[in-house]
Design a protein. Sequence first.
Length: 136
Amino acid sequence: MRLSNLADYAVVVMSAAARHCGGARTSAGALAAETGLPAPTVQKLVSRLTGAGLLRSVRGAGGGLQLARPAAAITLADIVEAVEGPIALTACVDGHDCVHDHDCRVRPHWPVVNAALRGALAGIPLTRLARESEPA
């Protein structure tokens, strides 16, 4: 499994936003400059992340973007799902038709696999992603 570029960029943007926690609000333009991502991409992500309840936009003087909840309460799974939708390794789990659906012996096991994957991603809080990298 590989994340889309947009999901990867969403993690980068949310990590940058988390580093502003407790400080002044930030803007999509500032996040674009900080991350090196194109401004239109960041604006698109901000829209999706706001719609998913991960970012909050405050209007007016002193307005800007801020996390909608504490960074410790936002997980990698939340960010990925905001951009990609529900975490699922196969399309059949989402109810999509499959030519082998009538005799598939593996399909009943995919929910367990997907739950394990989501659980692993849900175990990584945004606070961890926002930290400066630690030496190996």
